[in-house]
Design a protein around this ligand. Structure first.
Ligand code: AMP
Ligand code: MG
Length: 310
């Protein structure tokens, strides 16, 4: 999709006035506000009905602006060179003289940061005098948005503007890695762990059985369409939406394909769009066929397990 300069300027206009706006990223759409402003960032929590204790991810356009707020280290540089801009978020030490609002960090000494790849949002970030705090543009615990229409579906007229950037390419949130002390994966997402391990020469794994929740993306209920989901199903019930990743011989109007040939990257891209479509069609429940727990399949299963605890 071509960059629309006048819409980018309109987005800047509202952000400069400390308003929240919807912005496109390659992972999902974000609900963005000036990360240096207490007033602007408090609107994010209000709109999303997000608990104040859940810190936000801050979006930067380049290293120079990041270094004003964060301490960087060698692991960060290695991963930055390989994956940025892109769907990976780093938790770093925040500098004492950083201007980031306490609202964003919940007064932590750490900050989650990302360099989004979407061209319109990169362009926008270059025009701004501040980085953008931007969690996913959905009501807390609900399905994340992957298009402008999804954001409007979530917030209607409650937000001033949504910058249209087409469908989110990755369609799943960023991978979150803490780089304070030993690297630790906090959330599965748009960059596969195997790729991170290659760069860092590590054998990191995602441990979702931890009791203590460091990232709200790790919360037990999340990404929920608000109806029951059954996982690892071979045959769906009548009147149940059936999510599939491989073409079946028979066909049924209740079948929803994330992919027709087990392409897990394609399946990840289609996940939230499909859940939202099924919800809109007022099905009472969803069945999902078994999805291999490898690569992007691991992230898809993680989201579906949380979505199924509605
Ligand atoms: P969202 O943008 O709504 O998908 O959520 C942002 C994610 O970043 C949440 O899972 C946050 O908990 C996580 N996050 C933000 N700041 C930090 C931090 N300082 N330490 C750990 N996780 C963080
Ligand atoms: Mg979210």
């Amino acid at each position: 999709m071509k960059i629309n300069l006048s819409n980018i300027k309109k987005t800047k206009f509202y952000l400069d006035k400390n308003e929240c706006v919807g912005i496109p990223t390659e992972t999902v759409y974000g609900l963005a506000a000036n990360a240096y402003s207490r007033n602007a960032t408090s609107k994010i929590f209000k709109l999303k009905k997000r608990p104040k204790k859940n810190p936000l991810i801050v979006h930067y356009c380049d290293l120079k602006t990041l270094k004003k707020d964060c301490e960087i280290n060698n692991n960060f540089i290695r991963l930055y060179k390989k994956f940025c801009p892109g769907p990976i978020t780093f938790v770093l030490k925040i500098k004492n003289n950083s201007k980031i609002s306490n609202n964003v960090t919940n007064k932590k000494k750490s900050l989650a940061i990302r360099f989004p790849r979407h061209p319109s949002t990169r362009h926008l970030l270059k025009l701004l005098k501040y980085p953008l705090a931007a969690p996913s543009a959905n009501i807390s615990t609900k399905i994340s948005p992957v298009s402008k229409e999804d954001v409007i579906d979530e917030f209607g007229k409650k937000i001033k503007f949504v910058l249209n950037g087409g469908r989110s390419n990755v369609g799943l949130e960023s991978t979150i890695i803490s780089l304070i002390g030993r690297p630790k994966i906090l959330r599965l997402g748009g960059v596969e762990i195997s790729k991170i391990n290659k760069v860092l020469k590590t054998k990191l794994k995602f441990n979702n059985k931890k009791k203590k929740i460091i990232s709200p993306g790790q919360g037990r209920i999340h990404y929920s369409p608000g109806i029951p989901i059954r996982l690892n199903v071979e045959k769906s019930k009548i009147d149940e939406a059936f999510i599939l990743i491989k073409k079946r011989k028979n066909s049924d109007k209740n079948f929803y394909y994330l992919s027709k040939n087990k392409n897990l990257k394609e399946a990840a891209k289609n996940l939230y769009k499909t859940l939202r479509m099924i919800k809109r069609k007022k099905f009472k429940s969803i069945a999902v066929e078994k999805i291999p727990n490898i690569g992007f399949g691991e992230a898809i299963n993680d989201r579906l397990i949380r979505a199924s605890k509605f």
